[in-house]
Structure formats: C-alpha cells, structure tokens
Design a protein around this ligand. Structure first.
Ligand code: 13P
Length: 243
C-alpha cells in the first residue's frame, strides 16, 4: 500500500505563499502520495500552481448537504469544482470547536463520496480518555458511528493530546491503536476494510516521521504544523517507507 502524506494547513496560509510552496513540493518523492489541505480560499490558486503534478488537494470540512441555505458553509461539490479530490472530516478541532457529532460526520462522508471526494475521517481519544484506559473503546465507537457502510476513504488516527503539543504516543501505543482500527475496519466493511490507509497524525515532524511511518498498519501521516514548511513536509515524505 502506498503511503499518503497529507498536510493539513488548518487556518494558516496566505495566497502570496503559494507559488514558492507549490514549486518546492513538486520535488516530492514518487513513492508516496502527497496531499495538501489548505483553507478553502487557497484551493483554487493551489490547483493552478500544482497543475500537471501528481500532488492532490483536499478541503478541511464540508457540509452534510450538497447545497442549501447554510451561511458560511461549503458544500462537497463546490470543493470538487476547485480541483480538490479529498476532504478531511471530523477533525478533533471541529468535533471540539463546532460540536460535530459522529452522526454529522457520517452524513458528511456520504455527501462527500457522492460528490466524488475521498473522505479522510479523523478519530482519536483525549488525554483523559487515554488515562482512563478508554482510548480503544472511544476510537472503535467513533469508527462505528462515523463511517457509512460503503465507506471508501481514509482514516486518520489523531490522539487529541498529541496535536500541536510536540508529544506523541509511544511506538507500541501507535501500533496497538492502528491494529485495533484495522480490525474494526475489516469487521465493519469486510474486505474493503483492509484496503484503507490508516494515517497517524499528531506532532509528526521530520525527526520522528521515519519511526512512526515504519510501524505496522501506519499508512501515512496527517501533518499539521510541520506541513506549513515545504522542506519539513518533504522530509516527512522522504522518510516514508517504500522509497
Ligand atoms: P500537528 O502536526 O500540528 O500536531 O497537527 C496534527 C493535526 O491535527 C493534523 O490534522
């Protein structure tokens, strides 16, 4: 399975940065699939800057409806029109800051797939849940309630306490959770569940990428802060196995 290295720019980035960034990431190694998820306002310009390259684009959210009276929201077909082929759904920052529920994420995933987008569904426990020994239960429950039965996309495991903190779970904790996610995906989706890339996210940096990406059932990374620097994202891509 080819690894996917996805950059989540969150609410960072301006138009003026795009030409130099796009030029730099064009030199990404060919053994990984590279994907950038910038703010909505940058997608169109990014699509132009990356024309002719294999680098893909994604949104960071979409509405559960394909269109409608929803001031301030973006619909999946609108994302697809910009050239985006992926969309991140259920990121913990959206679950926390916008009260997104598993049921909403499920509905968004269906709408995204109908628009031809590949959803990247994020799951992950809080520090309190991990300390209470509930991490695997929480993640299994998020998977069973937020993935539609015909889910064809990507899952990202992002422990909430590892996001933007510089802390990561131990390698054995990551491997154990990814094995749990794989088993849950196969139980839920049948054979299709074994073909899904499971990304690790949460403080992935050039310095820890090789170790994290080499773990069993880790199919790539969802990178926040480090993706804002083209050189760091490239270093993470180079560290992925298969090169
Ligand atoms: P950091 O890489 O900044 O920890 O962010 C991870 C993340 O939330 C990616 O979606």
């Amino acid at each position: 399975m080819r690894q996917i290295i996805a950059g989540n720019w969150k609410m960072f980035g301006r138009l003026a940065e795009i030409p130099a960034y796009a030029e730099a990431i064009r030199s990404a190694p060919a053994h990984v699939d590279l994907l950038i998820c910038p703010p909505f306002t940058l997608l169109d310009r990014f699509a132009t800057a990356l024309k002719g390259s294999p680098i893909a684009l994604g949104g960071q959210n979409c509405h559960a409806a394909a269109q409608g009276a929803h001031t301030g929201d973006i619909a999946a077909p609108m994302l697809a029109e910009t050239g985006a082929t992926y969309v991140i759904l259920g990121h913990s920052e959206r679950r926390e800051n916008h009260g997104e529920t598993n049921a909403e994420i499920y509905a968004k995933a269906e709408t995204a797939m109908a628009a031809g987008l590949i959803p990247i569904i994020c799951v992950g426990e809080t520090e309190m849940q991990r300390d209470a020994g509930e991490a695997e239960h929480v993640v299994r429950s998020q998977l069973s309630h937020s993935l539609p039965p015909r889910f064809a996309g990507i899952v990202a495991y992002e422990p909430v306490w590892a996001i933007g903190t510089g802390r990561t779970p131990t390698e054995s904790e990551v491997a154990a959770m990814h094995a749990t996610i794989r088993a849950a995906l196969v139980a839920q989706l049948g054979a299709g569940g074994s073909a899904i890339n499971i990304l690790y996210g949460g403080s992935v940096k050039p310095g820890n990428a090789a170790a994290l990406l080499a773990l069993p059932e880790v199919g790539g990374a969802l990178v926040g802060g480090a993706s804002l620097k083209a050189a760091d994202l490239l270093a993470i891509a180079v560290a992925a196995p298969g090169g």
